[in-house]
Design a protein around this ligand. Structure first.
Ligand SMILES: [Zn+2]
Length: 71
């Protein structure tokens, strides 16, 4: 089942928030990872990005699921 989509930006209250599917780059420790086609909500007004449950699971899997490193 699909998680609900935001209709208002929790940060600034804008209703222009939209769902996008784009590559996502994140810094994890000393590495930078890129997740292709990560779906998330972006507010065009304040540039805030919001990750739903699925997106967070994908990020976790990328960061910790693959190529684990010693701390
Ligand atoms: Zn906003």
């Amino acid at each position: 089942m699909k998680t609900s989509t935001l209709t208002r930006c929790p940060a600034c209250g804008s209703r222009s928030i939209r769902r996008v599917r784009k590559p996502f780059r994140a810094r994890v420790g000393t590495r930078t990872i890129t997740i292709p086609n990560l779906e998330r909500e972006i507010c065009p007004d304040c540039k805030e990005e919001f990750f739903d449950r699925e997106a967070n699971i994908a990020i976790d899997a990328y960061c910790f699921g693959k190529s684990r490193q010693r701390a």
